[in-house]
Ligand binder design. Sequence first.
Ligand code: UD1
Length: 429
Amino acid sequence: MDRIRLVGGNELRGEIPISGAKNAALPLMIASLLTDEPLVLHNVPRLADVKQLERIMENHGVDIAVHGRRRGEEDVGQRMTFHAADIVDTTAPYDLVSKMRASFWVIGPLLARCHEARVSLPGGCAIGTRPVDLFLYGLKALGAEIDIDEGYVVAKAPKGGLVGATISFPKVSVGATHTILMAATLARGTTIIENAAQEPEITNVAECLVAMGAKISGIGTRTLTIEGVEKLHGATVEVIPDRIETGTFAMAAAMTGGDVLLKGARPGHLQSALDILAQTGVELTEEAEGIRVRRNGNGIRPVDVDTDPFPGFPTDLQAQFMALMTMSDGVSHIRETIFENRYMHVAELVRFGADIAVNGQLATITGKSQLKGAQVMATDLRASVSLVIAGLAAKGETVVNRIYHLDRGFERLEDKLSRCGAEIERVAG
Ligand code: UD1
């Protein structure tokens, strides 16, 4: 298994191009199941999760093409075409779905277009129980009949297809919002989704669906209204820049000190995280090309944070922010309100010498001026990267084991960091 070896202590200086967002690329790929015409996506990141979803899409009969690079596009993601001319199989099998939770979301488009779907209950990062009750509630409201059979959700639309309904989610769910939004585009009549997720990735998908001929209003708000249409058509859509990658590198620069331009980053997509970072004493400037992050010599102030659905502080940046707080000048608190088991990085951060106490949802971090390099283990996607950025600021050598989690969600991580002066390499085997 590959490892990452790094020696901490170097400031980060230079430019980091931000990749396309994994959490937008995956549902955009899934949206291609809604039409028999090609959907062209620009700026798709080269990630293990994208590859895994490609396998699932191919199993449904989707033709996938990756287009070659164009001049002047060195730092741009892949241009890909997804063409679901004929869906040959409406089953998403366990061995494919269990590796990545988002693949469960195919249930929405399959049910809407083919009127049936048989999708394995999902797997993904082990960061909590992550049930699918909200998905099933929404699909049932659209008229679907649902059975659970040998670990599969078996869903059937009524004769003539799904029917529009008002769906009021008791809890905000990104995945359930994507799924019901996609399903409703081809339902008969009007669907209203109340308490919808407002994440920028939802907006990216909603705008893609509109480009495909869907009728959606309220995009970017808590209430989405969808008027079903008979058919969707092909479109060309760009994947938004990854706000979690942006926030991760911003925190890395905050920890190491230095001056980094995050190229292509959109401040509005992570304003809450930028506001919190500014409170820690980091200097952030919006430039035409992206966001500049600077910390020159001054200490890191402790700041308390609760994770929340967008526009709140993202749970996907919680581990990275905790790494930063281990170096603050005092005591800070983090409350994880989205997932019940998302503190697996704590035991690993403690190996760097950090002082962190967890009590239920609440973590108390007592800052230290200097972390020391350590052997650590990646446990989930975002936790893994918190170990990398802790290692960049720690004294001496760090080895991060089991980094396959990182490859699921971070494109060319070592390359991007080493170009800014970090001493970091991948060790094979
Ligand atoms: C998505 C993101 C993930 C991020 C998370 C929260 C992708 C591919 N993944 O995951 O990176 O951490 O949003 O911002 O976009 N829940 C239920 N019942 C359900 C569905 C969810 O109780 O049927 C709960 C979950 O257990 C969790 C909360 O709702 O406590 C939020 O989860 P959700 O927004 O659905 O996360 P994902 O869509 O899986």
